[in-house]
Design a binder for this molecule. Structure first.
Ligand code: GLC
Length: 485
């Protein structure tokens, strides 16, 4: 019935958003530039495509759903081309060696990359860099092209990346410490320090590097860090009602080796909205852990990715989905899904974002609704086949499946009609975002991806699965034995 919308979306993706370089498709622009019409001296005239800001560039993070869709759609060469360009553009500068660009574009016959110097927040997008190995692993697993993965280009790129991550630093924690706006939320929103999304992507990147790297000592080092990081995230970010009650009664101001409240979290910092939000069964990973100032906001992408990468256990994933079901009025509402909850209020918006005009309460990154996020939740849920789940899990699985189907239909009804907006605003997400781009590529491809995931083979949702730690360790053992023989 809605086939024509999906067909139109495919055309937009492959014919309008896709960029070619030296005869190869290499990725998509963030939003398809629109020709505007204006009356000039009484005549209606077409004005040059609106290439304002940098939405006509190829963003690595915006190309994640594109790459996933292309893998499912049999267009695997596009993904390999995209990854090869990313590797070609990886910084080799002494101060930044190893980082991948936030975005790039074709200028005449050359590629120009932005490592953050031209971005609105003037910071490097750490998420973009961490996505590259994760996508490389997804590509290799889907196509079986391990030979490409073993090639010098990939191996050297991953080594450079690990050189950046595994170097000594002033901190002992396994997390990455980043400035405000270093990921999908690329404007100030009080997300500096150790924001969840970056930590979860770091875990995914370390696991992917470990699976792909040929050099056993590096692969082992990445695995060890991933192992510590997962333990750390589960210990410090996971929250449910029982944990809140423990937190509220812990001592503060302790010093020395045996400390129960390492981050000096005081009762007063624990917001009251959590009481009703968590309920009895709900749980989620909080937005950030910082001494004395944890961030208790819920961030959708970080939580979905934590489920997809199994950073959290199956029981925790069950609690996460219960929480989403319970709070669907906030997180889904009229347009799935809200990017974070709750918004920073007027006062915090002023003080912590510096009056950022786009990030007013309920807008844009500050609790706006982004249609592209629903695909990540879908992958997180559908990768578990109900047949292999215990009763307690299937109790949340079926209503979650229903929530996703309903969200898909909501999107199908609204997105093509409203010209594929980037985001929606307001407490229910019913209005198209005040400053929303239209024909935003990850909105278009998000819907296509959802359709593929819901209609196709259930195995499709294993696309971002990592290789389990035990299998990687076994491979290390075998390699070591081989060298001893
Ligand atoms: C905005 C978003 C960012 C996205 C970019 C291009 O800056 O905040 O996440 O990558 O637009 O779509």
């Amino acid at each position: 019935m809605h086939e024509h919308h999906l067909e139109a979306a495919r055309d937009l993706l492959y014919k309008k958003a896709m960029v070619a370089f030296e005869g190869r498709s290499i990725g998509t622009v963030a939003a398809i530039p629109q020709v505007k019409h204006m009356y000039v001296e009484g005549h209606l005239q077409a004005i040059k495509p609106d290439c304002d800001l940098n939405y006509n560039e190829i963003f690595i993070r915006d190309n994640v759903p594109v790459a996933l869709y292309c893998l499912l759609d049999g267009e695997t060469d596009i993904v390999r081309n995209f990854l090869e360009i990313c590797l070609q553009l990886q910084s080799q500068d002494i101060r930044t060696a190893g980082i991948f660009p936030t975005s790039f574009f074709v200028d005449q016959h050359r590629l120009v990359a932005d490592y953050g110097q031209r971005a609105i927040g003037r910071v490097v997008s750490i998420d973009a860099t961490l996505w590259v190995p994760i996508l490389a692993l997804a590509y290799v697993r889907k196509t079986g092209d391990w030979e490409w993965g073993r090639g010098a280009g990939v191996q050297e790129g991953l080594q450079r990346l690990l050189g950046l991550i595994l170097q000594p630093s002033f901190r002992e924690d396994p997390t990455l410490y980043v400035p405000d706006g270093a990921f999908m939320i690329d404007r100030p929103l009080d997300v500096w320090g150790s924001p969840l999304e970056v930590q979860v992507l770091l875990y995914g990147a370390l696991m992917a590097c470990s699976a792909l790297l040929e050099a056993v000592h590096l692969s082992e080092a990445a695995l060890q860090r991933a192992c510590n990081l997962r333990r750390y995230i589960r210990k410090h970010y996971w929250l449910n009602s029982r944990i809140v009650q423990t937190l509220r009664r812990r001592p503060t101001e302790q010093y020395g080796d045996v400390v129960v409240n390492e981050y000096n979290i005081r009762t007063e910092t624990i917001p009251h909205w959590l009481q009703t939000w968590l309920g009895e069964d709900g749980g989620f990973l909080i937005g950030n852990i910082r001494t004395g100032r944890p961030d208790f906001r819920f961030f959708t992408l970080g939580n979905c990715l934590a489920a997809i990468f199994d950073v959290i256990s199956l029981a925790q994933q069950r609690s996460l989905f219960s929480l989403i079901l319970k709070n669907h009025g906030d997180l889904v509402a009229e347009m799935p899904m809200r990017i974070c909850h709750p918004p920073l209020d007027e006062n915090d918006w002023q003080n912590k974002t510096g009056f950022d005009p786009k990030n007013r309460p309920w807008c844009y990154h500050n609790a706006g609704h982004w249609p592209c996020l629903l695909a990540y939740l879908t992958i997180a849920v559908l990768r578990h086949h109900p047949k292999f789940l215990d009763m307690r899990y299937s109790q949340v699985y079926l209503p979650m499946q229903e929530l996703i189907r309903h969200g898909y239909l909501q999107q199908l009804k609204k997105l093509p009609a409203q010209k594929w907006p980037e985001y929606f605003d307001g407490p229910t997400g019913v209005w198209m975002g005040q400053e929303s781009r239209i024909y935003q590529t990850w909105t278009i491809v998000g819907l296509l991806l959802l359709n593929q995931l819901l209609a196709g083979d259930p195995k499709h949702s294993n696309l971002l699965d990592l290789i389990p730690m035990a299998s990687i360790k076994n491979r290390h053992l075998m390699r070591t034995r081989e060298t001893l023989l």
